[in-house]
Design a protein around this ligand. Structure first.
Ligand code: SOE
Length: 394
């Protein structure tokens, strides 16, 4: 049977970790979800001609561009997927939106609030013309996290009192780990705060339906200098004035902050790349007047629920295996108990993005949601720089 759905060409910028996992999502989404439009992997853009060609062949992209400006001008590209470091998000997203292309942009939305505000303005202008945009907070698309939001929205937890969120990694505990772009402020905008702290801020706001109204924060850079990385040696020398074998780490290694949510709950956040032994432990626990929820991405198919309305003798956290057909996204995949992984959250992300495009609606999280997270990140940095004083979030 011929496919009568509109085919939408995708052009992706960047082919490192995020480019690879987004490619997996574009390749798989049509096989598992019934979509109003069909994505076609039209072109991949990267600065190195040879490495981009090799990545395109490996990841399934039909053509190659070596300048994103050429990519967004292609007639066979209707969607631009931005998988680059944060310092190029604003420039590429605004140009793509103004060229009438739908935009999916990796998190955090930008490296500054000003950039994020400009992106939101461009997104609102584009939306008026039917051009859609979304920021890639993929953890919203973990079935267990989406189920947690459903439980909170249904009132199963009652009045929310506490949100306790952590994002724990350990990939730079070794002081000899090189000075890669994620450790340089002019490329990444911030360190653990923006890279992984942005995820737990968005997840906390997504699950609770509330927004942070103020924070008090501390940050630390444990390892101040690192060996130059091949990718950044030139940049570090230029940007940080570092010549020679080592360069200055210009971002936070860890950020800890407390906050108050708009519904009155108290929140605590910890984002660190120095939690030795924790590989990708994105965790959230929510305590309410009627019960609690707990999630750990390292056991991503499980959601723990404590129903406080039960008699104490039979209450307690019970494990929900979030693999039933009635659970968010899970029914599209395998029979109960078989489970999903990190990559599936990106397939869910592009599925929701394509559905929004196909039905003429604005997807979530929007660039405005991304700006809201950016304002929290900026308040954390302002508080940490100012003796951790309480810093309201506009
Ligand atoms: C950091 O190492 C990182 O790759 C983040 O950039 C991603 O957003 C997160 O999903 C996994 O960890």
């Amino acid at each position: 049977m011929s496919d009568t759905r509109a085919a939408l060409g995708v052009g992706m910028v960047g082919y490192a970790f995020m480019g690879r996992v987004h490619s997996q999502a574009w390749r798989s989404v049509g096989a598992f979800f019934d979509l109003p439009v069909t994505p076609v992997m039209a072109a991949l853009s990267g600065r190195s001609r040879d490495r981009t060609a090799a990545a395109a062949a490996a990841l399934g992209w039909a053509a190659v561009e070596n300048d994103w400006k050429d990519l967004i001008e292609r007639d066979d590209v209707a969607i631009v997927d931005i998988c680059t470091p944060g310092d190029s998000h604003a420039e590429i997203a605004i140009a793509a939106l103004e060229a009438g292309k739908h935009v999916l942009c990796e998190k955090p939305l930008a490296n500054t609030v000003a950039e994020a505000e400009a992106m939101v303005a461009a997104a609102e202008r584009a939306s008026a013309r039917g051009v859609r945009s979304m920021v890639a907070f993929n953890y919203r698309r973990v079935p267990a996290v989406a189920l947690a939001r459903r439980f909170v929205a249904e009132g199963r937890l009652g009045e929310l009192r506490h949100v306790r969120a952590q994002y724990l990694q350990d990939w730079i505990v070794d002081p000899e780990f090189p000075l890669v772009w994620r450790l340089q402020k002019d490329k990444a905008g911030s360190g653990a705060l923006g890279d992984i702290g942005s995820h737990i801020v968005d997840t906390a706001q997504f699950v609770t339906g509330q927004t942070l109204t103020g924070v008090s924060a501390i940050t630390e850079t444990f390892v101040k200098r690192r060996p130059q990385a091949e990718e950044s040696a030139g940049l570090a020398a230029g940007a940080a004035g570092d010549a020679g074998p080592t360069g200055t780490v210009t971002v936070d290694d860890a950020a800890l902050f407390i906050g108050r949510l708009s519904g009155g709950a108290l929140a605590s956040f910890e984002a660190t790349r120095f939690a030795a032994g924790r590989k990708n432990a994105m965790r959230i626990e929510i305590n309410g007047s009627l019960g609690s929820l707990a999630f750990d991405f390292e056991s991503m198919n499980e959601l723990w629920f404590h129903d406080h309305t039960l008699p104490a003798e039979e209450a307690g956290f019970r494990r929900i295996l979030v693999t039933e057909p009635g659970h968010p996204y899970a029914g599209a995949w395998w029979p109960p108990g078989h489970g999903l992984g990190y990559e599936h959250t990106f397939t869910h992300e592009v599925k929701d993005f394509l559905e929004a495009i196909g039905t003429g609606t604005d997807p979530a999280p929007s660039f405005a949601d991304g700006l809201r997270v950016q304002r929290v990140l900026a308040a954390v940095e302002e508080s940490a720089a100012g003796d951790s004083r309480w810093t309201p979030i506009p």
